[in-house]
Design a protein around this ligand. Structure first.
Ligand code: CP
Length: 290
């Protein structure tokens, strides 16, 4: 049984096939290829984009979706998540899509089920479908030519599953990555790093801004969000009229991660990423269920 826990669970040929199919879904209506299939979504952490995107993707393909309301589930009464998964699996779903605050949750549950587990984000570890939709957005913008293009990943990188998954995938497609963050947000890495965004802004073709994930911080690690924004917010004053694109996985902290004016700028791909996310998840679900 195959699962999608991290981007390395897919080889490059499979990813190319998924992105090709996703591009087709951006242009044409879906047929009900997953009619008769049923998927369960269990999100132990909040989500706007990933949860609705998976559910819309599945419904567009004719599958039925059962959403487990975690606040009303028996995990709230002390049932372990492995027992929750085993019980859901006993109802014979064709896939379980899970988000959890603990890294490794999806991999752990995979031992208790007989259907694919699709990781909708586990702690600071991985968010494979986010990285796939980011890759699609970048490939479409740069006309499939990512080799040698430079991207700055900016923000709370150490706590970011989005950064982890993107670093693996974008390196695989030949992008040069620069990690930009205050020292306490930088992971141990062999990639180029800097805390001075202004020093690298002229050399990058793309920016991926990340949210400061205060929910994963044990203590406040910078003076205030205003101090952080002064150094790392993507502003008009910073990017001027440069030929550059701006990505962000959402949710955006307005005027901390990206300023209002740039969110309206055509170079900002935030909502295009969301649209691409539905198409990518359609292709992913077909890949694992057909
Ligand atoms: N990008 C992302 O994972 O957003 P949500 O937390 O809203 O799902």
């Amino acid at each position: 049984m195959r699962h999608l826990i991290q981007t390395t669970d897919l080889d490059t040929d499979e990813i190319n096939e998924i992105l090709k199919k996703a591009n087709a879904y951006l242009k044409e209506e879906a047929t009900h290829t997953l009619k008769g299939k049923m998927a369960v979504t269990i999100f132990f952490e909040n989500s706007t984009r990933t949860l609705s995107s998976f559910e819309i993707a599945l419904k567009k393909l004719g599958a039925s979706v059962v959403r487990l309301d975690v606040s009303k589930s028996s995990t709230a009464k002390g049932e372990s998540i492995s027992d929750t998964a085993a019980n859901l699996n006993a109802m014979k779903p064709n896939a379980i899509i899970i988000r959890h605050k603990n890294a490794g949750a999806g991999e752990h549950l995979a031992k208790y089920v007989s259907c694919p587990i699709i990781n909708g984000g586990d702690g600071a570890h991985a968010h494979p479908t986010q990285a796939l939709l980011d890759l699609l957005t970048l490939k479409n913008h740069f006309k499939n030519n990512l080799k040698g293009k430079k991207i700055a990943i900016i923000g709370d990188i150490k706590n970011s599953r989005v950064a982890n998954s993107n670093i693996e995938l974008l390196k695989r497609y030949g992008m040069e990555i620069i990690l930009v963050a205050p020292p306490h947000f930088l992971p141990q890495t062999r990639l180029k790093t800097t805390s001075n965004l202004r020093s690298i802004i002229n050399e990058v073709n793309a920016i991926m801004s990340l949210r400061t994930q205060t929910e994963r911080h044990d203590t406040q690690t910078y003076g205030s969000l205003k101090d952080y924004a002064y150094d790392f917010c993507i502003t008009k004053e910073l990017i001027k009229d440069k030929d550059i694109i701006i990505l962000h996985p959402g949710p955006v902290h307005r005027n901390v991660d990206i300023e209002d004016e740039i969110l309206k700028d055509p170079r900002c791909k935030v909502l295009e990423q969301v649209t691409n996310g539905v198409a990518v998840r359609m292709a992913v679900m077909e890949h694992f269920l057909l």
